[in-house]
Design a protein around this ligand. Structure first.
Ligand SMILES: Nc1nc2c(c(=O)[nH]1)N[C@H]1C(S)=C(S)[C@@H](COP(=O)(O)OP(=O)(O)OC[C@H]3O[C@@H](n4cnc5c(=O)[nH]c(N)nc54)[C@H](O)[C@@H]3O)O[C@H]1N2
Ligand SMILES: Nc1nc2c(c(=O)[nH]1)N[C@H]1C(S)=C(S)[C@@H](COP(=O)(O)OP(=O)(O)OC[C@H]3O[C@@H](n4cnc5c(=O)[nH]c(N)nc54)[C@H](O)[C@@H]3O)O[C@H]1N2
Ligand code: SF4
Ligand SMILES: [Mo]
Length: 897
């Protein structure tokens, strides 16, 4: 057994982990007690990381297809790299450097990011490199730059304990940054006077526990923040001294917010005026208000304004650069911050330099030893895919992201991928939505397999150590980029090109990156891999000779702007790009679930991470459902002007009337449509270029489909996944997932207006091993269109398929997962009835994943008068990672406890 320090690969909290390995295999993971982001804690996703370290669904070898109608063939690395270089060089020669593009990711380690950026801007001479952070953090970047001068979050996690008021806007922290939420819970426990305000159209788990929940109408944040400033002025709660000494532009903003009275904003935001006044008073009177915010602000066609309007409140009250206060934008992906540091975007250059600044371009050219950096701003994510669709970009190299799931307006994105002359995809898994579009697949090393650094939400850099060698031929991203770059330099005969990428290890790249930060706001010239190993993770800036990094920025009130003053942004409320109307009456919102990560390539391999939410469900207010004659579990068609998807619906107390919410995680590899982004629009913020993923107008219609099928298979579920995925498009409605606690059961649910073709059923039976006549039991009632097939292995039911009517599915699924003997269901299996036999009960949704405790078990205990402590004592739920505690509290609340 060996132990190695690394980090979790998911969210921007950046928790430290200790990975244990046995004979080169990852066998366990625990929180690193010494890591300042989590002090040993992990959320459900983090605590299950080792369970996702399986290789069944990994991409193991480079694969190429020369013709899109044919299957891909395996290659060795030399062939794959040469082929990639050939295509790149030919395209560049024929159509110029801007005919190629790189679409990379905030989940790359800083080193990999750095090399891709240099490859595009330094060697090829195109600024067409952008990342999924464009869908995520770019409004936060432009919000900071517009007001504070630089892209630097001024506060830190320790401020949570020091704050007297925490203002969370557009962030479901309880789900998306759980370990920070644990800290907030602890801080509130330690200080009962600490106020928590949450601004979210939905009553999320985060909002439900707040002292004040402002359930604003979607997209109306700027009106709210401006009105809060109006109240702060009226109540004399602004810090005139701070405004005078350290800021500029306040007069114009003051003039603007004059018209944002609480009454006016209450009307726009759809909340009570007195709640706006209360929020402003708490914000201003506390003296130490910390704001945490995320995609509810960023993913908007005026995301920069939303960010800036919130920062205005901090500047106006002088609550910045002080312990316990400041605007702390939560980063989404674990290294979204690192990507910003190396300038891996179409409008940025290394170390927070700007593409539009000629001096910055010259500096970078000199640092890299290249003639020049191209001046023309590159294409940002949405523009990049549009240019690909228009044929302007011919070749795209996609790294560590899944645009066929995560980009808005999938119809267009998929058209772009189809039209592309050549698509290179550098991925770790072969199960993602983008894989079918790839001409060349390059297998990447993934979590636990590589060395490098990441920076979390509080500017803290951690050094990651590899715990195992990558499976198959997979290689670290930086190595692949470096190899291509060197070969391409030779092929393009670029002067000095062959020495541009002299790296033999990740550390070489880190050291070069470090040198680019010299004298910049994020100066890390005092850091090294060795220091990070010996003294643990550090915050930037950390210049040479520094003893430690800086916990907080702007403590002296000096800002990195031309005048040294922070700038108020004169923000005005604008409505969302698309408004609801009679044809599309619902406001569509999308986001995260507690236990899944984006396209589920990793979390989707861990059965227990499906037990909180098994299927993509559209949440709707129960009154809206009643009015439309909809009930829980009905299949609906959700349509926007751009596309549609079919999903089951559920009544949700979280939703206000007129709004619906769909998790973003399911796409065409786990259902029969591209999911949420079939519906979204690609309109973006004019400054940040971040698309408005959170707001669209949709209609919801019931589909009266009676015919259903469920197929279940234990053993080998993971290796079956890709083969079942390939069938999904053939169904009118289908979802694919896993079930179980330890052993995974594959679950395929299908519905339609009539029975699917017998050949398709046969195909599914074959895949699941149900075609074995000797081992399986089948029952067929052709007249009623009902059939069942059950596979028994050593007396246990291991697979089943029901068609026509599937009332027994949940019970059967639990039975297969638990490995119950076939004898228990023999009579049912051979009978015409499809409803579960007497006594067949289901556990339903699992609330506590660590301790495997279901909603029903908790409700039953609540019926007996148990409180939270009693539940924790008796059922043990919520005692391990704590991710389910907000939900349990909510259940207690609804019982008036
Ligand atoms: N479990 C889990 N955690 C994750 C991720 C994951 O996939 N799964 N992904 C990570 C990444 S990359 C990111 S970016 C973060 C995202 O973290 P969050 O931004 O916290 O998560 P979301 O669910 O996308 O959206 C947050 C909330 O914004 C609300 N919202 C929608 N419209 C508005 C609006 O107009 N105003 C306001 N104020 N709120 C609005 C939504 O109702 C939603 O509850 O999560 C990170 N953490
Ligand atoms: N409707 C809607 N759409 C959204 C959002 C939303 O809220 N609503 N949120 C947006 C946001 S904030 C984000 S960040 C994006 C996220 O969207 P994506 O970036 O598409 O999401 P991931 O599934 O995290 O993609 C990362 C990919 O990298 C692969 N991978 C894992 N490890 C490695 C590695 O080490 N190297 C390489 N090369 N590959 C690896 C994974 O298998 C995975 O497929 O989605 C955006 N899209
Ligand atoms: S909060 Fe959870 S997902 Fe985020 S880094 Fe920590 S363990 Fe990973
Ligand atoms: Mo994100």
């Amino acid at each position: 057994m060996a132990e190695v320090k690394s980090t979790c690969c998911y969210c921007g909290v950046g928790c430290g982990v200790i990975i244990s390995t046995d004979q080169g295999q990852i066998v366990g993971v625990r929180g690193d007690p010494d890591h300042p982001a989590n002090f040993g804690r992990l959320c459900t996703k983090g605590a299950n990381l080792h369970r996702s370290a399986v290789t069944d669904t990994r991409l193991l070898y480079p694969e190429l297809r020369l013709n899109r109608l044919e299957a891909r063939e395996k290659l060795d690395w030399d062939e794959a790299l040469d082929y990639a270089v050939d295509r790149l060089a030919t395209t560049i020669r024929q159509h110029g450097p801007d005919s190629v593009a790189f679409y990379v990711s905030g989940q790359l380690l800083t080193e990999g990011y750095y090399v891709f950026n240099k490859l595009a801007k330094g060697l090829i001479g195109t600024n067409n490199i952008d990342t999924n952070s464009r869908l995520c953090m770019s409004s936060a970047v432009s919000g900071y730059k517009k007001t504070l001068g630089m892209d630097a979050p001024p506060a830190c996690y320790d401020d949570i304990e020091q704050a007297k008021c925490i203002f969370i806007a557009g962030s479901n922290t309880a789900y998306a940054h759980p370990i920070l939420f644990r800290r907030i819970e602890a801080a509130r426990q330690a200080n009962p006077d600490l106020k928590l305000i949450v601004v979210d159209p939905r009553r999320t788990d985060t909002a439900a526990v707040a002292d004040l929940h402002l359930s604003i109408l979607p997209g109306t944040d700027v009106a709210l923040f401006n009105a809060m400033l109006h109240v702060l002025l009226w109540e004399g709660l602004t810090d005139t001294n701070y405004i005078r000494r350290h800021t500029e532009g306040f007069e114009a903003l003051k003039e603007t917010v004059r018209e944002y009275t609480p009454a006016v904003a209450a009307e726009i935001c759809g909340i009570a005026a007195h709640d706006i006044i209360l929020a402003a008073k708490w914000f201003g009177e506390s003296g130490d208000t910390l704001s945490l915010y995320c995609q509810g602000l960023n993913q908007s066609s005026h995301g920069t304004d939303k960010n800036a309007a919130l920062i205005n409140l901090h500047l106006a009250t002088g609550q910045i650069g002080r312990a316990g206060s400041g605007p702390l934008s939560l980063t989404g992906q674990m290294n979204a911050m690192g990507g910003r540091e190396v300038g891996g975007m179409a409008n940025l250059l290394p170390a927070h330099r700007d593409m539009t600044n000629p001096e910055h371009r010259a500096e970078v050219a000199q640092l890299w030893g290249v003639e020049r950096i191209p001046e023309q701003q590159g294409k940002t994510a949405v523009e990049m895919f549009e240019a690909l669709r228009q044929g302007e970009i011919k070749l795209i190299w996609i790294v560590c992201t899944n645009p066929a799931l995560s980009m808005p307006d999938q119809t267009k994105v998929r058209e772009a991928l189809e039209k592309a002359e050549f698509v290179i995809l550098q991925e770790a898994y072969r199960t993602t939505e983008t894989v079918p579009y790839a001409d060349l697949l390059l297998p990447a090393a993934s979590w636990g397999e590589k060395e490098g650094t990441i920076t979390n939400s509080e500017r803290r850099i951690t050094h990651l150590n590899p715990a195992r060698t990558p499976p198959g031929a997979a290689r670290p991203d930086w190595e692949i980029a470096t190899d291509v770059a060197r070969r391409l330099a030779v092929k393009l005969k670029s002067p000095g090109g062959e020495t541009l990428f002299p790296y033999s290890c990740a550390e070489d790249i880190f050291n070069e990156h470090r040198a680019t930060t010299h004298g910049r706001d994020l100066d890390i010239t005092g850091l090294s891999y060795r220091l990070l190993e010996e003294r643990g993770p550090q915050q930037w800036p950390f210049p040479a000779q520094a003893v430690r990094g800086k916990a907080r920025l702007y403590e002296d009130g000096h800002f990195p702007t031309a005048t040294g003053r922070a700038r108020f942004a004169n923000t005005r409320y604008q409505s969302t790009a698309e408004q609801t109307d009679a044809r599309h009456p619902f406001h569509f919102n999308s986001g995260r679930l507690r236990d899944q990560w984006h396209g589920m390539s990793r979390t989707g391999t861990v059965a227990r991470l499906f037990s909180h939410v098994e299927e993509p469900l559209l949440s709707m207010n129960s009154e809206d459902m009643q009015r439309r004659g909809l009930k829980d579990g009905d299949i609906t068609r959700v349509s926007s002007k751009r596309g549609f998807c079919t999903v089951r619906i559920q009544a949700s107390q979280e939703m206000r009337p007129g709004q619906v919410f769909l998790p973003m995680h399911w796409g065409s590899q786990s259902m029969n449509s591209p999911g949420a982004n079939a519906l979204t629009l690609s309109t973006f913020d004019p400054t940040s270029f971040q698309p408005e993923l959170k707001h669209a107008a949709v209609s919801v219609e019931k589909l009266p489909w009676q015919w259903q099928m469920v197929a279940l298979r234990r053993y080998g579920a993971l290796s079956l996944l890709p083969r079942v995925q390939a069938l999904l498009a053939q169904f009118q409605h289908a979802t694919l997932g896993l079930y179980g606690h330890d052993e995974a059961v594959l679950v395929l649910r299908v519905a339609g207006d009539q029975a699917i073709a017998p050949e398709l059923i046969e195909k599914i039976d074959q895949l699941l091993g149900l075609d074995d006549e000797d081992a399986s039991i089948s029952y067929q009632d052709t007249k009623r269109g009902i059939s069942k097939r059950i596979l028994v292995d050593q007396g246990e039911v291991v697979a089943a398929r029901l068609t026509g009517e599937t009332a027994a599915r949940d019970w059967l699924k639990e039975m297969i997962a638990a490995g119950l003997p076939f004898e228990q269901i023999r009579l049912w299996a051979l009978a015409p009835l499809n409803t579960p036999p007497v006594g067949g009960s289901t556990r339903g949704k699992i609330i506590c994943n660590c301790k495997n405790v279901s909603e029903q078990e908790i409700l039953a205990a609540l019926d007996q008068g148990t409180d939270l402590a009693g539940l924790q004592d008796k059922l043990k739920c919520g005692t391990e990672c704590g991710s389910c505690v907000p939900e349990i509290k909510r259940m207690l609340d609804s019982r008036g406890k």
